[in-house]
Design a protein around this ligand. Sequence first.
Ligand code: TMP
Ligand code: ASP
Length: 234
Amino acid sequence: MNQIYEGKAKKVFETDDPGLVLVSYKDDATAFDGTKKGVIRGKGSVNNRMSNFLMKLLEDQGVTTHFVEEVNDTDTIVKKVEIVPLEVIVRNVSAGSFAKNYGVKEGIVFERPTFEYSYKNDDLHDPLINASHALALGLASEEELETIESTALKINDILKDFFKSCGVDLIDFKLEFGRLPDGTIILADEISPDTCRFWDSKTGEKLDKDRFRRDMGDVEEAYQEMMRRVFGED
Ligand code: TMP
Ligand code: ASP
């Protein structure tokens, strides 16, 4: 198969259908713009299967996604899109860069979710930007940005409720959107412990990639635990 692209956590291959690509999830993990590198055994499978499960859940609630068909534990056919180079971040509780940038502790529950963009560009360290910057840079149109924001907030409502039923608090997450050839904006990339913060609702234990970023140990175990929670095996 012809490889089109290799990212930090996934490879993308051509398929016989020009409108579809195959995404292959890797166990490789990076943090801090790829400067910290490692392997999380079983991560590719967890992220692939969890992301597909969540995309199907979102589709059932009217959110259009790139998901087409899971081929095996690590590989999925998705619609080919042109990725909008924005990291779309929604937060329900203070953590990570929010806590650091604004000098507050982690764990403050927000009355309303926050919404922000980063410009997806490792060389520039994914800088925080606002909608007018995104427009000025020609990254997306005003209408596209409106669609992205309202869809991301709807996704937050759906996912927050779902994870609550799994005994997990959805602290924050990052989404990426893509354009179909006809210009429609759809949800792309992945939703997984790599791209979300998950804290156990009772104990507050971290069940996501922060365990890797912060050298907390039990990284593989956290990914497997999230898998059991999502697939209702607990
Ligand atoms: P942050 O607090 O570091 O800005 O991260 C916010 C959310 O975005 C968190 O759930 C982790 C996720 N994230 C990514 O998916 N990719 C990234 O490169 C970064 C920095 C964060
Ligand atoms: N995936 C990002 C990177 O390598 C960072 C992160 O998730 O923390 O650099």
